[in-house]
Ligand binder design. Structure first.
Ligand code: ARG
Length: 474
């Protein structure tokens, strides 16, 4: 939210700031706007209140706040949470960020007791706590959406376990596979993404609360207790590191960048397959849009946009890495720049997963087109070579023989399986009538019968395993 009017005079009174005590001059109005984060960090308002409630409860348990003070603070914070949820909270840029907005409001509502909330705490450990709480909740939503996508993907793979399609290398027809097998390749990528997300969650889920500004605090705080109250696995260790560490945000963005990379690959394939040149799938109309000038067009906008959004997420990863590079310990204002990239990476990951989870179960395979495409391009040539090896010919010689057969078939404008036995025998007398079994697409696919292979029964077994693996997620 930029304001290009750029006012130059100072507008607010230093005494209005929560930190105004040592200042004799009001903040420059532009500086106020330049340094404020409230326009974006108010997204963490409820987490900020959650953190404050735990902090205040702990302070009362260790005797720093009286029970009565704690209850007044807690009631005030809960009312503020309602105000925020109802969209009635008076956010102020003069109060800089979400933390000071809420704290000032608390004092406004409950009086002087509100000023005791910040005892034994700093905005530095507070903001680190808020981001971790916010991100943890987002990770759980993203994990659930990833699981929804994978469930749909595996179901579709199971339905399409026998659907023959060309497998590609260099985007050239290479060997036949099944559509189910191809979908399980996507699923394998997403399983690694899920594992990475859960691994990242472990390092997100630690409590920096109590590290205070950088050195800890002289009050008899109980860091284990606040960690427990907030559902964190444990407190973080070193206080200097606690307020300055943003590795967890970088790790999340790395997860998101790789997830989007995978989704962009799948998107690219959907875009290709939906084209009239491939014509392998039908994308339902509700995931497509038309052209304002070409009436015949049905554009695969959703996968195109997912593909395109990979750019911004990759950018956010680089932004955070660069933000942290060379930062001296401990907290620096630079860190305020962590939020927008992190929020956008999380929003984008969630939206793209949602788009995919909705779209995948609605994909229609055009089986006949897939099959006839698989029949083109000599996709069973390797099977012919393997057949010759089984007849005792060395693989390199078999490769040569098949190469000659392919060249002959191209001249004749035929597929290998369309050549006669006599024609094939010109290249090797070892070729017999049984060769036609291996030259069919079904035979070729069924022969890849081992873990991870394209054979339909292997695809079905892999689907069962994938479903079990998904069901084990908490
Ligand atoms: N808005 C700040 C941020 O996002 C909160 C922490 C400010 N701390 C400070 N010492 N200025 O990082």
């Amino acid at each position: 939210m930029s304001n290009d009017k750029a006012p130059t005079e100072s507008t607010s009174n230093p005494a209005a700031k929560l930190w105004g005590g040592r200042f004799s001059e009001a903040t420059d109005a532009f500086v106020e706007r330049f340094t404020a984060s409230v326009n974006f960090d108010q997204r963490m308002a409820l987490e900020d209140i959650q953190g404050s409630l735990a902090h205040a409860q702990m302070l009362s348990e260790v005797g720093v706040l009286s029970t009565d003070e704690y209850h007044r603070i807690a009631d005030g914070l809960k009312e503020i949470a309602e105000e925020i949820q109802n969209g009635e909270f008076p956010w102020s840029v003069q109060l800089e960020d979400v933390h000071m907005n809420i704290e000032a409001r608390l004092t406004q509502r409950i009086g002087a007791t509100g000023k005791k909330l910040h005892t034994g705490r700093s905005r530095n450990d507070q903001v680190a706590t808020d981001i971790r709480l916010w991100l943890r909740a987002r990770i759980d939503r993203i994990g659930a959406e990833l699981t929804r996508l994978q469930s749909g993907l595996v179901q579709l793979a199971e339905r399409e376990a026998d659907t023959i399609m060309p497998g590609f290398t260099h985007l050239q027809s290479a060997q036949p596979v099944t559509f189910g097998h191809h979908l399980l390749a996507w699923n394998a990528m997403l399983t690694r993404d899920y594992e990475r997300l859960m691994d990242c969650r472990k390092r997100v889920n630690r409590s920096p609360l109590g590290a205070a500004a950088l050195a800890g605090t002289s009050y008899p705080i109980d860091r284990e207790r606040t960690a427990e109250l907030l559902g964190f696995d444990a407190p973080t260790e070193n206080s200097l590191d606690s307020v300055s560490d943003r590795d967890f945000a970088i790790e999340f963005c790395a997860f998101a960048a790789l997830l989007l990379t995978h989704l962009s690959r799948a998107s690219e394939e959907l875009v290709l397959w939906a084209s009239s040149q491939f014509d392998f799938i039908d994308l339902p109309d509700r995931f497509c849009t038309g052209s304002s000038i070409m009436p015949q067009k049905k554009n695969p906008d959703v996968p195109e946009l997912v593909r395109g959004k990979t750019g911004r997420v990759n950018g956010h990863l680089i932004a955070l890495l660069t933000l942290m590079k060379s930062q001296p310990l401990a907290y620096n204002k630079d860190n305020q720049e962590d939020k927008e990239p992190l929020f956008d990476a999380a929003d984008t990951a969630l939206d793209c997963l949602r788009a995919f989870a909705d779209m995948v179960p609605a994909l229609k395979a055009k089986k006949d087109n897939m099959l006839s495409a698989a029949a083109k391009g000599f996709s069973t040539a390797t099977d012919l070579a393997d057949y010759l090896v089984r007849k005792g010919i060395a693989f390199r010689d078999a490769h040569e023989i098949v190469g000659q057969s392919v060249s002959f078939a191209i001249e004749q404008d035929k597929d290998l399986s369309e050549l006669s036995l006599e024609q094939l025998q010109q290249f090797s007398s070892e070729i017999g009538e049984d060769v036609f079994e291996v030259l069919t697409l079904e035979g070729s696919v069924a022969a890849r019968d081992h873990i991870g292979g394209a054979a339909p029964n292997q695809v079905r077994a892999a689907c069962i395993q994938a479903r079990e693996q998904i069901a084990q997620r908490a």
